[in-house]
Design a protein around this ligand. Structure first.
Ligand SMILES: Cc1cc2nc3c(=O)[nH]c(=O)nc-3n(C[C@H](O)[C@H](O)[C@H](O)COP(=O)(O)O)c2cc1C
Length: 209
């Protein structure tokens, strides 16, 4: 490559918009289930819109619930060394976060609640030790499925998610709630839900939302 070509390629790269990093967090233990299918639809749309995507299946990881030790490392990380650290780093580096959970006994799954509680270290780092500054907001989307109808359980789940997103500097931008789903993967027969998930993926795959 000549020096003028080299210069051109550097200027060209500099002017390219940064690719959005989208993190999908799957909170159902049932792979290929309704939560998983909708999250995949959202992530596929995000990738097709130019985002770099990463997916974490909480149930595949090994971590303990928050021990309320109130000890945070100087860098704001939790002191307990387990798989939570992987999720923490992924959340920090993402621009958009999609969280997907089934309704279990009227709220989010235990897997997701356990993960959220571990972010107490983030809360302490932000508000107590003041070692985290998350002024640059991330974008957040929430997918939730249930067998029954009605909105009460989704209201519960939304309240927890909004709390989690606010704590971690994420704006609650979109939600996809689908009812009447019991059989594994039956959401594929609900085109309106699939379309809403894809629309969320497309919308939250760029920095300008
Ligand atoms: C432990 C457990 C608790 C559940 N609790 C509820 C509930 O309170 N309300 C409801 O509508 N569905 C409930 N369901 C049904 C799931 O929300 C529903 O089947 C959902 O589609 C499962 O998502 P998945 O396919 O991603 O696993 C429960 C399922 C399980 C396994």
């Amino acid at each position: 490559m000549t020096s003028s070509q080299n210069l051109f390629s550097r200027i060209y790269r500099k002017n390219q918009p940064k690719q959005t990093q989208v993190l999908g967090i799957m909170a159902s233990p049932r792979k290929g289930g309704n939560t998983d299918v909708l999250l995949d639809a959202a992530l596929k749309a995000a990738r097709e819109s130019g985002a770099i995507i990463e997916k974490i299946i909480i149930n595949d990881l090994s971590f303990v619930p928050c021990q309320a030790c109130e000890e945070v490392r100087e860098d704001g990380r939790c002191k307990i060394q387990d798989d939570f650290q992987k999720i923490y780093e992924a959340v920090l580096s993402a621009d958009s976060i999609f969280v997907a959970s089934p309704i279990y006994f009227g709220s989010i799954s235990a897997q997701l609640k356990m993960l959220i509680d571990r972010f107490q270290c983030y809360w302490r780092a932000k508000h107590v030790t003041k070692t985290i500054n998350d002024a640059a907001m991330k974008q957040g989307g929430f997918i939730c499925v249930q067998a029954s109808s009605g909105s009460d359980f989704f209201d519960n789940a939304r309240a927890v998610m909004k709390n989690f997103f606010t704590t971690t500097g994420v704006e609650y931008c979109r939600e996809v709630f689908c009812s009447g789903l019991e059989k594994k993967g039956s959401v594929k027969e609900k085109p309106d839900c699939m379309e809403k998930a894809a629309a969320m993926g497309e919308k939250l795959s760029s920095h300008s939302f």
